[in-house]
Each structure stands twice: as C-alpha cells, then as structure tokens.
Write a protein that binds this ligand. Structure first.
Ligand code: ZN
Length: 523
C-alpha cells in the first residue's frame, strides 16, 4: 500500500511540475495537465480503495502483522496486570540507558583476562563477581566445585615433507591444542598425515592406514548456514569432529589427531574447545591450514613435525557464584538468570561468556536501582566450568535438585553479545504463550521471537530443564559469533555496547516478569 501511494504522489508531482513549466506558453495544455492530474489522482484513490477492499475480504491473519498491540488472552491479562507491564517497561528503559553490564565485562576481560577453569583468573573473577553482587545488596554464596585444571604449553607444527617442497624449507602450520589434549615429547613428534573428511572415511581407512599417523579431520564449517542465521546448526554439524574425532583416531592407533577449526572466519585463526579425552595429542589447525594439508596430501606424502606440550594438573577448586535478590512474597520460588564465568584461554572470554554473566548481574542491578522487589527470588548465577566438563552445573544439580520443583524458570545467555532476536524456549506451548506480553514490552528494539526448542537452551541449565524447569536462552544474532568463538579474537572490542544493553534489557525484563507474574509458569 505505501508504495502505491508514493507512486501516485510522484505522478502528481511530475505532472504539476510539467504543467508549471509549460504554463507561460501553453495555457490550454496546462489546463489539460491539471485535468490529467485530477484523473490520475482519482485513479490512485480508486486503486487504493480496491486494494483496501480486497485486503478486507481476505481472511485476517492471526498475530499483529501491522505492529498493533495484540489482544492479550484472559490468562495473560491475569498474569500481567497493567502495573506489572508498567514496571517491565520501566526496567527496559532503565537497562537501555545503563552501562553497568559493559563496565563489568570490561573489568572481567581486560583487568582479569581469560578465565579457564582452575586458573588464578577464574578465582579472581569469582571473587570480583561475588563482591559486586554483594555491593548490589544480594545474598551471595560461593558453591564449591571440583574443576579440571589443564594448562596450555608450546604449540607449533610444520610440514617437513610434501610434494614440490623447495630444498631446505618447511611450511609453518597454525594450530592450537584442544582442551584436555595430552602432550607430545618436548621435541615433538614427526609422522605422516592422513586426511579424512568424515568418520566414514576414517573407518574405511582402518587401523592399517591410520596407526602411527597423525589424522586430520577436514570437516568444513558451513559458512552459508551461519550467514543465513543458522550458525548453531553449522556449529553442531562440525563440532562432532572436535568432540569425538581424536578419540576415534586414537582407537585406530593414530599418534595424534587434528581437526579443522570449528569456526567461520577467514583470518587463519585456530579455535580451541573441549574434546573427549583421547589419550593422544589433539589440536585444531586453522581452516586455511586444513585446506593446505588436504591439497598437499592429495598430491603425495605429507609429514608433519608436531609439538604440543599442555599439562593436565590435579583437579582444582572452583566456585559457582550465586546471588539472590529475595522474593517479597515467595522467596522459596526461584528464577535463575545466568551465564558462565569460565572461558577459554586464547582470548579474554568477552562474548563467551563474560557477556552472559554481566547481563545477569545487570538484571539485579536495574531492579535495585528502580527499587523493584520481585515476588519470587531472582537468582543470579555465574557458572563455573561450562567449557571443560560442566562441573559447575553438575554440582548445582546435586546440591539443589530437591528444590527444582520450586525453580520457576531458568534463563542462560551463552550465545554472545550481539543483538537479541528473542528467546529459545524449552517449555510447554501453554507456558510459552503466556510470555507473549513480555516480548510485547521488548518489541521496540526487535526482541520478539519466542521459539520453542527441542533441546535445553543452555548447557548449564540443561539438567534443570530436563527435570522439568521451564528454560529460556537469549537468542542472539549469531551471524558473526563463530568468527571469534574459542579463538584469540574473543575480546572486549567484539561487544557492541548498545547491543549489550539490549541483552541486559531482555534478561532483566524477562527475569522480572517470570519472578513477578501472578502464577508460576505452568510445567
Ligand atoms: Zn559458552
């Protein structure tokens, strides 16, 4: 409709312009031009009327395609009375004007730095977040967690034999060790490289062709999927090789295993990550180096000198940080807002997942600033050890499983800091429908999606979700997330302050809504 209207105005303008120009010399033509204007205007009006009528005759789609506020159902009206909707709007406005979350993530990433499980930085981050939550007036506990402690060592590789090699040269390969990798001797190992594209190809080679070699899994991350907004689908397809590839290679006698980095940028960046213990050195080469090795291996023998010297130290003590803003009416009922505080060691853990922790912190900060007390307890959790085994989540489940009946809902943000599109939900359709008024509050900046997910939308809240607790994950725009994920480029500059504020608003508004709606979400 607007385009038809514009077109009509353009015709009128052109005709009027033409008639003005000609008026001084051709009065008669001017008259007819105005006449034509009149005819065209009438025609436009008729077209508009016809279009409007034909649209009226079509069945009305449900929802609100023209942005009008949808009618709330009776259940929604009961759960979200006008005063609560006003409070949610005030929380949104406050969060969108608040730089608390950004200041916190700047401290976590730049002052404290990378926070791998068992590291002094992880402990410093625990103490920092606990102190900040106490400053906000929350009741804070540290929940002790046994965490793996693995530290990175030297990591170098070079091709020492390949087709067309110039005498006296080698080719540097850019790689990083995968979490949990065992070490080569300090001087490294030299072995032939065998390249496979998938598990079937590995199986087809069999022990004869794999034993004593370095296996490279050249599984390609589907960049078109991420560009189209399906980055987590692409990640899921590729990450199987990082998770299970080294063990599959070790089972056939390989002396080391490499995977193509699970990421979608083009800057020769290796991406680390967790891998199932395989008992052999395991690393990730950059996508560019995987291509190089695959091309050379197709031409003949490729031998690699590989040095990886990480160390597995005895398990260490870590902590989940738990901060409660006690509910005014039902303090025993809990809504969890959370992110994970540990990170990988290559970058500084800004988008994975400093961002998730600080927006959960800001949810409490905004409520305190506005002096809004939720009916139920809002529990901020900064999880420990999401990246290397999930012991923080497991410990919480052991310690609190008997309270899960009173855990009304759990939110985790662990997909970056980019613009939030909405929420992934693992709950009944009836519960999801009740949350429509909440995204009604957030729609002014485009956080509108309520998408039901077959999987728990967050690793740390998965056990709660499986126990029946309604679970939500903030659904960030993921198109650039895997450019940086688990790489040295996961740094503060990747967080856009305005987008972080939108995430904080989404977390705070949804957290308060779940904690203050009249009835707990149905299960
Ligand atoms: Zn994460």
């Amino acid at each position: 409709m607007p385009s038809i209207r514009k077109t009509c105005r353009a015709w009128e303008f052109l005709i009027l312009y033409a008639s003005d120009t000609l008026a001084s010399v051709m009065t008669n033509i001017t008259k007819s031009a105005f006449g034509l204007t009149f005819v065209l205007t009438t025609l436009c009006a008729l077209i508009l009327l016809t279009v409007a009528r034909s649209q009226n005759q079509q069945p009305k789609p449900s929802g609100n395609p023209f942005g009008a506020a949808p009618q709330m159902s009776q259940a929604q009206q009961e759960d979200f009375p006008p005063h609560l909707l006003d409070e949610l709007a005030a929380i949104k406005t406050a969060a969108l004007g608040d730089d608390y979350a950004y200041r916190q993530v700047a401290h976590l990433t730049e002052n404290i730095g990378p926070r791998p499980s068992g590291s002094p930085q992880a402990k410093a981050a625990v103490d920092y977040v606990a102190a900040e939550l106490r400053k906000l007036g929350l009741e804070v506990q540290l929940e002790e967690v046994k965490v793996p402690h693995w530290v990175r060592g030297a990591e170098t590789a070079e091709l020492v034999e390949y087709s067309g090699q110039a005498a006296g040269t080698s080719q540097k390969i850019v790689l990083t060790a995968l979490g949990g990798s065992t070490a080569t001797p300090a001087e490294g190992i030299v072995a032939d490289v065998v390249v496979v594209n998938d598990f079937d190809e590995l199986k087809a080679l069999g022990r004869d062709k794999v034993a004593g070699k370095i296996v490279l899994f050249n599984e390609i991350f589907d960049k078109q999927k991420s560009a189209a907004g399906l980055a987590f689908m692409a990640y899921g397809e590729a990450v199987r090789y990082r998770g299970a590839g080294p063990k599959a290679a070790a089972d056939l006698g390989a002396v080391a295993a490499l995977v193509r980095s699970v990421g979608d940028a083009d800057f020769r960046l290796p991406h680390t990550g967790w891998s199932s213990p395989a008992g052999i050195p395991a690393g990730a080469v950059t996508a560019e180096d995987a291509e190089l090795i695959a091309d050379l291996a197709a031409q003949g023998r490729v031998r690699m000198h590989l040095t990886l010297t990480p160390q597995k130290l005895p398990d260490a003590t870590g902590y989940n940080v738990i901060g409660d803003l006690k509910g005014s009416e039902h303090p025993e009922q809990v809504v969890v807002v959370s992110g994970h505080l540990d990170s990988w060691d290559l970058g500084t853990g800004a988008i994975d997942d400093g961002a998730g922790v600080v927006i959960a912190m800001e949810a409490a900060e905004v409520l305190q600033k506005l002096q809004l007390r939720p009916k139920r307890t809002l529990r901020v959790i900064a999880w420990m050890d999401e990246e290397t085994g999930g012991s923080g989540s497991k410990t919480y489940t052991q310690d609190h499983a008997s309270e899960f009946a009173n855990h009304v809902a759990a939110i985790e943000s662990d997909a970056g800091a980019a613009h939030p599109l909405g929420f992934d939900l693992k709950m009944t359709p009836q519960a999801a429908e009740l949350l429509q008024p909440v995204v009604g509050v957030l729609q002014s900046f485009g956080t509108t999606a309520l998408q039901s997910s077959p999987y728990p939308p967050g690793a740390d809240i998965a056990a709660m979700s499986e126990a029946g607790v309604p679970a939500l994950g903030i659904m960030q725009d993921s198109r650039t997330y895997f450019h940086y994920h688990h790489s040295a480029a996961d740094t503060l500059d990747k967080i856009v302050p305005g987008e972080l504020r939108e995430n904080a608003a989404a977390m705070a508004v949804m957290g308060y809504a779940l904690a203050s709606m009249r009835n707990p979400l149905p299960r």
